[in-house]
Design a protein. Structure first.
Length: 72
């Protein structure tokens, strides 16, 4: 487990568009903006955020695991 932290994430880090959907679990979260871009962050020790597991198990700023695959 990682130390709990709450961080305000600027809208510009989420593609600069309003949020349409959000899903949050105990250790990771995901949002989809109204353009259809997906962003994830949180604990990624088993790839929960949709990106390759690297040296760091925690993704502290939003990433786009499927960049370019916008929803209509």
């Amino acid at each position: 487990m990682f130390k709990e932290q709450f961080t305000i994430i600027p809208l510009s880090k989420l593609g600069g568009h309003p949020i349409k959907f959000i899903s949050a679990g105990e250790e990771h979260a995901a949002v989809i903006n109204n353009k259809g871009d997906l962003f994830t962050w949180g604990l990624n020790d088993h790839g929960q955020c949709g990106v390759e597991v690297g040296e760091s198990e925690v993704i502290s700023t939003p990433v786009q695991p499927f960049k370019g695959n916008s929803m209509s």
